[in-house]
Design a protein around this ligand. Structure first.
Ligand code: THF
Length: 277
């Protein structure tokens, strides 16, 4: 995971002070790309201990098409609590756009089901795309995330905006365009989540995992994470772990938490940091 530390160092050294919606302040760079070869191990950051349980449950929750945090709460995951209404609603966020994008005529598109079908039947396609960005349901900036969710808008516009798959020589690669990346807290989650999604899609399509390519728009370090960043940059990464997925699952909607086993995850201790809301 030298790639991740390289990003962190690049933004620490070259980022420019920029104000943001949350009022926290950041060091920011526009445009950055990382590549992870999924044949060389699972890209979970090792220079701090990462909570893979939250990452897996969040991804399963997206794939279920759910937008209420109830499933996450039942599984002890609290990473979306700050933005949800008292009833646990987030509005039509990722899960809704992935599984039931509203056509406006009473029908909807299951982008994930269509993606799998297209990868299986038309692997050379250059349209293997899933979009979370739906301008019709973006939040109204005059209101808070919770107020937007209560009004049926997205609590937050999707950070991971659009992803595309690519099949070559029996290998499946995925590229994510992430409009906004919180390098210290969010990005380790985002890398592991999309690497895992790529492996899951590859398995159900009878392909080998290829690369995960992570393209960032506004890549930033929050001003209240800078001490944590120095600590993390002082650490030497370990050899990446290995992810084992139950080979019997052949339906993208058929995975459960127990189908994933992380092996040989050696990491430095966790580093706590406040999340900007
Ligand atoms: N807002 C901000 N400011 N940063 C983000 O990374 C972010 N997200 C999601 C939506 N809004 C965001 C929420 N994802 C943590 C991790 C991911 C999150 C939110 C919070 C977090 O606090 N992680 C801690 C604790 C882990 C745990 O409890 O499991 C950590 O140390 O990693 C990016 O998608």
């Amino acid at each position: 995971m030298k790639e991740y530390l390289k990003l962190m160092r690049h933004v620490r050294d070259n980022g420019v002070k920029k104000e943001d919606r949350t009022g926290t302040g950041t060091l920011s760079v526009f445009g950055y790309q990382m590549r992870f070869n999924l044949q060389e191990g699972f890209p979970l950051v090792t220079t701090k201990k990462c909570h893979l349980k939250s990452i897996i449950h969040e991804l399963l929750w997206f794939l279920k098409g759910e937008t209420n945090i109830a499933y996450l709460k039942e599984n002890g995951v609290s990473i979306w609590d700050e933005w949800a209404t008292d009833e646990g609603e987030l509005g039509p966020v990722y899960g809704h756009q992935w599984r039931s994008w509203d056509r406006g005529d009473g029908t909807s598109v299951d982008q994930i089901a269509e993606l799998i079908e297209q990868i299986k039947t038309n692997p050379d396609s250059r349209r293997l795309i899933v979009s979370g960005w739906n301008p019709a349901v973006l939040p109204d900036t005059d209101y808070s995330p919770k107020e937007n969710a209560a009004m049926g808008k997205q609590a937050l516009p999707p950070c991971h905006t659009l992803f595309q798959f690519y099949v070559l020589e029996g290998k499946l690669s995925c590229q994510l365009y992430q409009r906004s990346g919180d390098i210290f807290l969010g990005v380790p989650f985002n890398i592991a989540s999309y690497a895992l999604l790529t492996m899951m899609v590859a398995q159900v399509c009878n392909l080998e995992p290829g690369e995960f390519i992570h393209t960032l728009g506004d890549a930033h370090l929050y001003s209240n994470h800078l001490e944590q960043v120095e600590l993390q940059l002082s650490r030497t990464p370990f050899t990446p772990p290995t992810m084992k997925i139950n080979p019997d699952v052949n339906d993208i909607f058929g995975f459960s938490f127990d189908d994933f086993t992380l092996e040989n995850y050696q990491s430095h201790p966790p580093i706590k940091a406040p999340v900007a809301i």
